[in-house]
Design a binder for this molecule. Structure first.
Ligand SMILES: [Zn+2]
Length: 286
């Protein structure tokens, strides 16, 4: 936040002393007025959340499943930490973390989904934000997608700030034709069992075997299950590279009813005037 302040003050016509307000002075003022940041509740995953709600009898019944879940969670954490440490030493090694969040319980949530890539030199995080409106209480109020960029950019207190790459509708690719293409097999693994896509915990690919995906349903298992994604009779026949096309040809539209709701919020003054043109320019689905 101090960083934000410095950026903002540098453009203002004020004394050098004000411009050079140190982090210390800034913190003092912050504390004096008893300001604080809103701390969101730590997310529990669906499985943990559900388990916590169960009666003791039911918990006993699901004990094994739950401990397997916790075990997987622990292994995943260890693996991630191991890779993080490795990436700090090895320049050739990159850790990519994808965090898909659908957060913010608010009085009004709306459709506009923005996907931002937040990239640090060694780490890539994709945050999927469901843009939401908060009633003016404590914390940061987000009225427009662009504000997320500033918020994320300044999210780190120490070290280099996050680099945010904003993405537009034409940056997204459509992989559906690839999934639907008959030359591919997305159904069975090499051991002829049905692939349970939703249960996969680990995926491994190797550039030397471009059509092979290796998966694990349980992180504690030692061996991977192999999937050859090219159907048997198609193997070796022709070039299997398929270039994905653009997913969207124009800006995404929003339900008409949604737009009307948002414009009502504007009219009622719940969304400040400065942001109205953004909402007035939203395109509705025909
Ligand atoms: Zn959990």
């Amino acid at each position: 936040m101090h960083r934000l302040f410095q950026e903002w003050i540098s453009t203002k016509d004020v004394s050098i002393k004000t411009k050079n307000t140190t982090l210390r002075q800034y913190t003092d003022v912050f504390n004096e007025y008893n300001y604080s940041f809103h701390k969101p509740k730590k997310d529990l995953c669906d499985i943990c959340e559900r388990y916590k709600m169960l009666s003791i009898v039911d918990q006993e019944e699901e004990k094994d499943l739950y401990s397997e879940h916790i075990q997987n969670k622990t292994i995943a954490k260890e693996k991630k930490n191991f890779d993080k440490v490795k990436s700090e030493k090895d320049k050739e090694f990159c850790v990519a973390v994808f965090d898909l969040e659908k957060v913010l319980i608010t009085p009004q949530q709306f459709l506009l989904q923005t996907i931002k890539n937040v990239v640090t030199p060694k780490m890539r995080v994709i945050i999927e934000c469901t843009l939401s409106l908060k009633m003016p209480k404590k914390g940061k109020i987000i009225y427009m997608p662009d504000q997320w960029v500033t918020l994320i950019r300044c999210a780190k207190v120490k070290g280099e700030p996050y680099t945010v790459f904003e993405m537009s509708y034409n940056d997204f690719l459509d992989f559906k034709p690839l999934v639907e293409n008959k030359i591919f097999n997305w159904k069975n693994s090499d051991d002829k069992t049905l692939i349970k896509w939703n249960n996969i915990k680990e995926v491994s690919v190797n550039f030397e075997l471009p059509h092979v995906i290796q998966i694990k349903y349980n992180l504690s298992s030692t061996d991977f299950i192999q999937i050859n994604v090219i159907k048997k009779k198609q193997r070796g026949r022709y070039d299997k590279r398929i270039i994905p096309t653009r997913a969207y040809k124009e800006k995404l539209c929003i339900e008409e009813a949604k737009i009307q709701d948002l414009l009502t919020l504007c009219k009622k003054g719940l969304i400040p005037k400065t942001y109205h043109s953004f909402y007035e320019n939203l395109k509705s689905k025909k």
